[in-house]
Design a protein around this ligand. Sequence first.
Ligand code: SIN
Length: 284
Amino acid sequence: MQNNKIEVRPVSNCVGAEITGVDLADPLTESAYSEIRQALCKWGVIFFRDQNITPEQHLSFGQKFGDLHLSKTIGKVPGHPMVAEVRKEPDQTRNIGGNWHTDHSFVEMPPLGSILVARELPETGGDTLFANMSAAYDALSEGMQKTLSGMSAVHAKKKALQASNLSAERQVSAKEMAEIGEAAEEQFVHPVVAKHPETGRKILYVNPTYTVRFDGWTERESKPLLQFLFDQAGGPENTCRFRWQKDSVVFWDNRSVWHYALNDYHGQRRLLHRVSVAGSDVRA
Ligand code: SIN
């Protein structure tokens, strides 16, 4: 067991903090896990550098934060069915997560968060952006906050796969769509204003990738207000940008931040391993 002296250094005023003083290859003290959890809840995403960890150590770290969550659609690391591969090969033009989103917001209980380990990186590019959805909520006027409270929104997996919502390089072929099959039909209605179960902070809980419309409203009626909220939340002051290095580890709180994997490194391989922690209820 390490005698950890953890330091938490915010990378912006609103979202993201770098954590030093821990080696994730070894078990940490219970108080170190608790400090990490607090930093995650406070800053929305935490970054660790130079963590040379195996898939087993990656899984053990994830399990300290809850049961693990398995994505149905994404490939797995051979021999490790609970470790997903976020992979883009040099000949691929699509990436995984190339738009602002909350992972799996189309299910009843989206994951609490995900922990990514960088295995292979492009020489340049492939950064990941994060946006704080509690700060986005706080920045709304009282009138808008009142209007949104009590509203719900429909989140559908299919929205992410519709050609009209993708840039040309992210088209999903009919074959791929058929392979995804029933998984593409998943959808769920969540409150627009959620509550963080650990901090109690309110969260603006809509995202451009999966939120289709407000419940009881048509898509056309919903579009202008949704677009306003997306623009507000994705504004630069509400975000941070992480530049990966080999052995970087990133852990985001999927309840309160969006993330966006930049797709700006065509012709190069990028491979991250992802372990996700199962969800907790964010209903206010
Ligand atoms: C994801 O959305 O899980 C991918 C994040 C990344 O590749 O940076």
